[in-house]
Design a protein around this ligand. Structure first.
Ligand code: NAD
Ligand code: LMR
Length: 326
């Protein structure tokens, strides 16, 4: 039996938490042979609800669930954690722009970054889901100077999965057959889902689709505005698909992608003209618990323009929180 891995989940009483925790406890994230200890953080007023979720987790009698902790103190929640899913934040409601969330949520991530810095495992893998995810991840990273910046990531996987699904519908091919998709930039409507390198059974997706107008006028807006479309339809922001993307992100980071490209929001190393440290969606492969940027891709003018739009938005967000980072 392997030693349990300590996994922190913030916002444990929320809707993403409710879709996420049961799948982590059943082994879908870290493997069917990997016991886990769940360390659940939420606000004081949500502790009763967290207790309720824990009762349900107990009632599943998951063989891999080796323990649970519930707390409203980040330093308790993050103690020795090897994986931290930072979900807890205020979600966007109808009519609200993502930018409105910026300052409301920014402070949460300075506090949590500092707590991770103090008590988490030195190799902790951090995924920020709470919006605006890229900038929150940037804030957490900057608030944790003793941890490797590479260990802080933002969730672009939902955009990646949304794009896969749209391409599968357009080409009539199964999602699993699509390789080499990339999503660049911010988890927001400005993200640039890029299928120029994508293949299906070795054939170019771009050639198969061969329709620039569809790319520009249908595909990109559909993927970019999918979060808002779900809020409009459900009255609540996406939850099960977001939890699913979080599971995909951490599973691939920890267990590897076998050479397959996935999208992760990672601190830029300066590649592709993205300034260093900007938390940006890039295509990566994962191996031995580490992600590796897919390098050397050609960026044409249309792509450069799209990348600049999403980069500018991230730079504006970064400027908007600079005062919090001292
Ligand atoms: N990156 C993505 O792809 C993606 C997708 C969907 C949703 N989201 C974001 O995920 C976040 C959570 O969404 P949800 O639908 O679960 O929201 P929710 O309101 O259902 O749950 C949020 C939970 O976080 C808790 N919380 C708030 N502040 C906290 C803090 N400081 N510490 C710990 N917990 C705290 C709340 O009490 C609540 O239980 C939102 O910011 C949402 O916009 C991101
Ligand atoms: O768009 C939102 O506010 C929710 C979430 O980020 C999503 O993409 O579904």
């Amino acid at each position: 039996m392997k030693a349990p891995v300590r996994v922190a989940v913030t916002g444990a009483a929320g809707q993403i938490g409710y879709s996420l925790l049961f799948r982590i406890a059943s082994g879908e994230m870290l493997g069917k042979d990997q016991p886990v200890i769940l360390q659940l953080l939420d606000l004081p007023q949500a502790q009763t609800a967290v207790k309720g979720v824990m009762m349900e987790l107990e009632d599943c009698a998951f063989p891999l669930l080796a323990g649970m902790v519930a707390t409203d103190d980040p330093e308790v929640a993050f103690k020795d954690v090897q994986v931290a899913l930072l979900v807890g934040a205020r979600p966007r409601s109808k009519g609200m722009e993502r930018k409105d969330l910026l300052t409301a949520n920014a402070e949460i991530f300075t506090v949590q970054g500092a707590a991770l810095n103090k008590v988490a495992d030195r190799n902790v893998k951090v995924l920020v889901v709470g919006n605006p995810a890229n900038t929150n991840a940037y804030i957490a990273m900057k608030s944790a100077p003793d941890l490797n910046p590479k260990n802080f990531t933002a969730m672009l996987r939902l955009d990646h999965n949304r794009a896969l699904s749209q391409i599968a519908a357009k080409t009539g091919k199964p999602v699993a057959a699509i390789e080499k998709l990339a999503v660049w930039g911010n988890h927001s409507p400005t993200m640039y889902a890029d299928y120029r390198f994508a293949t299906i059974d070795g054939q170019s997706v771009k050639d198969m689709i061969n329709d620039h107008e569809w790319n520009r006028d249908v595909f990109l807006p559909t993927v970019g505005k999918r979060g808002a479309a779900i809020i409009e339809a459900r009255g609540l922001s996406s939850a099960a698909s977001a939890a699913n993307a979080a599971i995909d992100h951490i599973r691939d980071w920890v267990l590897g992608t076998n050479g397959k490209w996935v999208t992760m929001g990672i601190p830029s190393d300066g590649s592709y003209g993205i300034p260093k440290d900007v938390m940006f969606g890039f295509p990566v492969t994962c191996e031995n618990g580490e992600y590796k940027l897919v390098e050397g891709l050609e960026i044409d003018q249309f792509s450069r323009d799209c990348i600049n739009v999403t980069l500018n938005e991230l730079e504006e967000e970064r400027a908007g929180v600079a005062h919090l980072l001292g």
